[in-house]
Design a protein around this ligand. Structure first.
Ligand code: ADQ
Length: 458
């Protein structure tokens, strides 16, 4: 069988002190590579003074890790700059936070060229290359320039914005031209795919041939929606075991007979953490019977800490959490518990199972795996309620969730109040619809559907 070559910005290599299970992308990619065998190529996570000369290559079972360090300049311009200060905010509809300059763009192109240059010698004739996410859009174009003839697919983990928003990016044409060098471009949802198709047709004069095929630049690009997912049954078993762990027991004992509302997110402005705490504050204010009766646990490990917008949101959150707690806390009850650190997947599933409500309210999110993990972790005989933003890709699939508009603080508080009072029959009915869906639309299906479509491209 031909090897799968996965390229992503960050590689979670065990030798580099990472567990390999932290992010959504990391676990999805690892699962794919364990099944298919192949290479995982990308940044080691280390920043060095000078550009590296060769990748660090080592094997773990059927899987080869090939990682490169980044120079300080590349890290600043490619990663902190173009990827996280230009594309990320823009693609999450935060034009107010996006910063564009040619130095960032040059750094982005330079690192993509470097990656392509270092990957080429590792490729075999019948390999399939699967590039992930917004950091590496120009990879296929660069690989083709080096003579790469293998199939190259791309999957975008974040939303593809509406054309009017994308047009604010000075290099929008360069970026879209680059993405058209792939054989297959995968999106999280059909609406992302439609946004992309609309841009290519309206702005570049491409032709939508139907069936996801778009004709542009004298070739046909195949596009499709492949909603990423989780190992639902595996996580359900994990949650059942985790419920008896010492940590889960301690959490339950500390909450006692109160209702636990849980939020788990990377600390990122796209996740709607400020509006979420305002919602919780409103729940206490407008429905005073909740005082002393509910606990909100927000787990949010810092990410991209050297990008100024992330420092800012962290400070802002600390101040709001402090204000709400000092306004409402009693000598025997603290309304908000805010934890600024990561937990193992196992521990998280136990925490999800202990929570009456999973509160997932991003302002914009490609998919949001936490929503799916919360559902998979529930106890079938007494499941909690998922309260989910309509702006997460997951909202298109999780039809048993209480769907909310995260900008509507009072509306979400009202939805929370309803969710807290929801009868067991309705909770079971909503939960089983979602869990049945997740069992068949799991991570294995995501990988198979994508790789089958890639194999079928001409
Ligand atoms: P993220 O923005 O990181 O991913 P998400 O899909 O929720 O968002 O994935 C986060 C993952 O990290 C989940 O598996 C979650 O359990 C884990 N995680 C979060 N906080 C944690 C903590 N404190 N400790 C341990 N683990 C934690 C991007 C896109 C999403 C898309 C994914 C996958 O932004 O829209 O769903 O990629 O494609």
């Amino acid at each position: 069988m031909s090897r799968l070559i996965v390229v992503s910005n960050r590689v979670s290599a065990p030798r580099q002190g990472r567990s390999g299970g932290e992010g959504g992308l990391a676990s999805a990619v690892l699962d794919a590579l364990r099944q298919e065998g192949g290479i995982w190529f990308g940044w080691s996570g280390k920043v060095t003074e000078h550009e590296p000369s060769a990748p660090d290559i080592f094997d773990v079972g059927r899987l080869t890790y090939a990682t490169l360090d980044l120079s300080e300049r590349d890290h600043e311009e490619y990663y902190n700059g173009f990827a996280n200060r230009s594309i990320w905010p823009l693609f999450h509809y935060r034009l107010d936070l996006a910063e564009f300059n040619r130095r960032y763009l040059a750094g982005y192109q330079r690192v993509n060229a470097l990656f392509a240059n270092k990957l080429m010698p590792l490729l075999r004739d019948d390999d399939r290359v699967w590039v992930h996410d917004y950091h590496l859009i120009p990879m296929a174009e660069q690989l083709r320039q080096h003579g790469c003839h293998q199939k190259i697919g791309f999957f975008l983990h974040i939303p593809w914005p509406a054309t009017e928003v994308l047009l604010a990016l000075p290099s929008h044409r360069t970026l879209v031209r680059a993405i058209c060098a792939y054989d297959l471009v995968g999106f999280q949802t059909e609406s992302d795919r439609e946004n992309f198709a609309e841009y290519v047709v309206k702005e570049l004069g491409g032709t939508d041939l139907g069936g996801g095929r778009i004709e542009i630049f004298g070739k046909t690009v195949k596009t499709g929606a492949y909603p990423i997912s989780i190992d639902a049954e595996g996580l359900a078993r994990m949650a059942e075991e985790a419920a008896t762990s010492r940590q889960s027991q301690r959490l339950r004992e500390s909450v006692r007979d109160r209702d636990l509302i849980i939020g788990v997110d990377r600390l990122d402005y796209s996740k709607g953490l400020v509006a979420r705490v305002e919602t919780f504050e409103h729940l206490l204010k407008a429905y005073p019977s909740n005082r002393g009766r509910v606990v909100f646990l927000q787990i949010a490990p810092p990410s991209r800490s050297d990008v100024p917008e992330y420092m800012q949101i962290r400070r802002e959150l600390e101040s709001i959490y402090g204000r709400v707690n000092s306004t409402y806390a009693e000598f025997d009850w603290t309304p908000i518990r805010y934890l600024n650190k990561g937990f193992s997947r196992r521990m998280l599933t136990g925490f999800f199972r202990a929570a009456s409500i999973g509160l997932v309210t991003p302002l914009r999110d490609g998919m949001n795996l936490v929503a799916k993990e919360y559902v998979a972790s529930q106890e079938p005989e007494n499941p909690g309620v998922l309260v989910l933003s309509r702006f997460a890709g997951a909202a298109l699939e999780m039809d048993g969730a209480v769907i909310v508009n995260p900008y509507d603080v009072e509306g979400v508080a009202e939805a929370l109040q309803e969710a807290l009072a929801m009868p067991l029959d309705e909770r079971k009915d909503r939960w089983s619809r979602m869990f049945e869906h997740l069992k068949t639309h799991d991570i294995t299906r995501w990988r198979r559907d994508y790789l089958t479509a890639l194999a079928e491209t001409e």
